[in-house]
Write a new protein. Structure first.
Length: 220
């Protein structure tokens, strides 16, 4: 997979390092040429000095043949512009954008070319809630410009879904149970899979169906 990352700060560099280690073709585009030179000696990926908010720089980075663009700068306005250019000018199949200020989360939608937005503060909050919450629906990630979410719930003993097969729950059409973690093991859900109290259930759900999913898994 060919990935272009805008921003060579700590976040962008960490993403580049992990993707490179996993065998992907990674290019990092950074405005500061001195930072590019420093990073070049640290990580053997393709480095390019240029302004990711300019079409010429993105063209030089080869976005026309890129599978994924990650807008990972420390500036939300830049990340939005990068996302919009990547999608509209180069038709990049998947655009992932970093949200630095949680108050700007509402802007990171498909209208700005964003397929997946990741808010570090919100993600940290979600992970804290996920670690301590039982019987509560916790949002982990947002997809498709905010219309779909990955949510997690640890089933309480009094969950209406406990001891029932998934097929009998009446999960809404706009929701899908994608994984279950039980006793530190991953269980791939099927219609006849019986949910149990203590299960960590991961659900991909649209905003419209979220209330119904909460009612089924958590209760009123």
């Amino acid at each position: 997979m060919k990935v272009a990352i805008a921003g060579a700060g700590s976040v962008g560099t960490a993403i580049a390092r992990d993707l490179h280690a996993n065998g992907h073709d990674v290019l990092v585009l950074e405005l500061d040429p001195e930072l590019v030179e420093r990073r070049r000696s640290e990580l053997e990926v393709t480095w390019l000095a240029g302004d990711a908010c300019e079409v010429a720089s993105l063209d030089a980075a080869g976005l026309a043949t890129t599978d994924v663009v990650v807008a990972a700068t420390g500036d939300d306005e830049d990340n939005l512009v990068i996302s919009l250019l990547a999608k509209q000018e180069f038709a990049v199949p998947r655009v992932v954008a970093r949200v630095n200020n949680a108050k700007n989360q509402w802007l990171f939608t498909q209208s700005w070319g964003v397929d997946v937005s990741v808010s570090t503060p919100q993600l940290l909050t979600a992970l804290v809630e996920e670690a301590v919450s039982v019987g509560s629906l916790v949002r982990l990630l947002q997809f498709q410009g905010g219309s779909a979410h990955l949510v997690e719930v640890t089933l309480a003993e009094n969950s209406p879904a406990a001891e029932k097969p998934i097929a009998e729950l009446g999960i809404p059409r706009d929701a899908t149970i994608v994984a279950i973690v039980r006793d530190d093991r991953l269980v791939v859900p099927r219609g006849d899979t019986v949910l149990k109290s203590g299960d960590e259930v991961l659900v991909l759900v649209t905003a419209d169906a979220e209330a119904a999913v909460q009612e089924l898994l958590v209760g009123g």
